[in-house]
Structure formats: C-alpha cells, structure tokens
Design a protein around this ligand. Structure first.
Ligand SMILES: [Zn+2]
Length: 296
C-alpha cells in the first residue's frame, strides 16, 4: 500500500490523545489477564463496550485534546503516511471517509464524518470506559472509532497475523463499516443479545467486513479531496492477502481454538475466519455495497 507523497493529510479526522491520562479513571473494561480472553472473544473489532454489557458505568471522561497531539504535528503529507504507523492510520481514515462521503452522495444521502480517537491504555467514551485490551471498536453513542495502535502489534504477536500495513487498513475500514451501518440504521440489529454463527451480531460484523472490502475495491480510484488524485496510489495482491490474513486471525473459531481450546459456534459474535474472509472478498470483488446484504 502506497500513498501519494504530495497529498495533504487531514488530521482533523483523527484525535490523538495518546499519553494523556484520564483523571480518576478506574480500570473498567479489560483489566487483568482473566478479563482479557472474554474481552477478546466479545469485543474484538466490535461495537462499544456498553452494548456488550461490559462497562460498569465508571468515569467516562471525554477525551480532551492532548498537548502533544503527535499526529497533528507529524502527519502532514502522504509521505509521512508511507513512513509512520500513526500517519498511515490518518491517511486510511481520510481515504475511507472520502470514499463513503462520495458513495453516500452518489446515492443521494449525506455522510456524517466520524472521528478516530487514538489512545493509549485507557479511554472514556460515550459507551463507557475501556482499556486497550478490548481492541479497536466503534461507539455508536458518540459515533467515534477508538483505536490503540498497540493492537497492531498484538495482531502479529497474539493472533499470529502477518499484520502488514494493509492489515491495519482493514481494521480501520471495518470500524468505519460500523459507522456506515450506524448511519443507515442497520447497526442496532446486533443489539438483540443473541450470539451464534447465524446471529444478527455476526451478520452485522460480516457486513462491516464486506464494507471494508467495498472501500478497498475503490481505494486507488477515490479522488482525495485535497489533490483530486487518489490518496492511495497502489494496493497489491500482497496487501489484500495481509488484510485477509488479519480477517482470518480474528475469526471467532481461530480465537476460540487459541484461547479456550475448543470451538463453540453458538457463542460466536463476529463470524469464523472463513466467513470473515469471504465477506471481505465479496465486497472487494464487486465494490458494490448492495452485495453486502449479510442478512439475507
Ligand atoms: Zn466489528
């Protein structure tokens, strides 16, 4: 994955609060090793902690602007995105939102942008407070994506994914898939409390994977709003393989096998490795969100 060196990045779409502590915050979601497995099973790439009943309603201080907002200072152009992880995230958020803005427009709809909050350790959100252990998530309560970049190391070390640059892009695009669902009114279908391989929870997650694929299909042709040229200049087969590899690594069956030693499809919340790959591929091949009807 390569970015146009000369494109300007729009850092207003990413809020960087890494390194800032939330005053008085207690560990609420994801404290300790014991909680970790349950959280990985329940929340990986999911929708906010509250929706899954894991928040204890502890202090939910909103993130405040960090004095050392690194992305604002360091992520100016596509060249920075080609060299730094955090800047790459900014560029992917820009590309994903440019695409959906244009796609909604094409469909006579209005896309409301969603910010990504980069945090470290712990964060307060409208969905409750969360630690990094929950993995990236989308909070419908404040319509923001929450991401600790340390998760991308875990993709490699804990989940055994290749974790290349496009694996990161897939994760970001999946979360924005939830935002698109939120705007379209389909996200709340996952809130019926059921789990299992054909539950609405899984269908919502697979649709977000499909939407990530739809964006990937258009990633190198979507004009950037600053230059009119695509921000992403190249996406190779190897990149797509990285994305598929990440999608498989976080499949419910793979995670269950790894962390609980057996596979129990009745408790699935995100779909199997094969399902996640299949739906990303469906979106990527056609580039048409109409093909992402996982509820059929
Ligand atoms: Zn998800």
């Amino acid at each position: 994955m390569q970015f146009d060196d000369d494109a300007d990045l729009d850092t207003s779409e990413v809020q960087d609060v890494r390194g800032s502590r939330i005053p008085g915050g207690r560990a609420t979601v994801g404290g300790g090793i014991a909680g970790l497995v349950a959280l990985i099973l329940g929340l990986l790439f999911g929708v906010g902690p509250e929706q899954l009943g894991l928040s204890d309603g502890g202090p939910a201080t909103s993130p405040t602007a960090s004095t050392a907002a690194q992305v604002e200072q360091s992520c100016r152009t596509g060249k920075d995105a080609n060299t730094r992880d955090d800047c790459r995230t900014v560029a992917v958020v820009n590309s994903v939102q440019d695409f959906w803005r244009q796609e909604f427009q094409r469909r006579q709809g209005t896309y409301t942008p969603s910010r990504t909050v980069l945090f470290s350790d712990r964060i307060g959100t409208a969905c409750g407070s969360a630690t990094s252990a929950v993995g990236p998530f989308y909070c419908p309560g404040d319509r923001q994506v929450y991401l600790d970049l340390g998760f991308f190391d875990e993709l490699r070390t804990k989940f055994g994914s290749s974790g290349g640059p496009f694996a990161q892009a897939y994760v970001v695009a999946h979360e924005y898939g939830h935002h698109v669902q939120d705007l379209m009114g389909t996200l709340n279908r996952s809130q019926d409390g059921r789990t299992g391989s054909d539950s609405n929870a899984v269908r919502v997650e697979l649709q977000a994977d499909c939407y990530a694929g739809v964006w990937a299909h258009h990633a190198t042709t979507t004009p950037d709003e600053s230059t009119g040229r695509p921000l992403i200049t190249s996406l190779t087969q190897a990149d797509i393989r990285d994305g598929l590899d990440a999608a498989a690594a976080v499949g419910d069956d793979r995670i269950q096998e790894k962390f609980q030693g057996r596979v129990t499809p009745e408790s699935w919340t995100h779909g199997s490795a094969a399902q996640r790959q299949q739906w990303f591929t469906t979106g990527f091949r056609s580039g048409d969100m109409a093909d992402c009807n996982t509820f059929r």
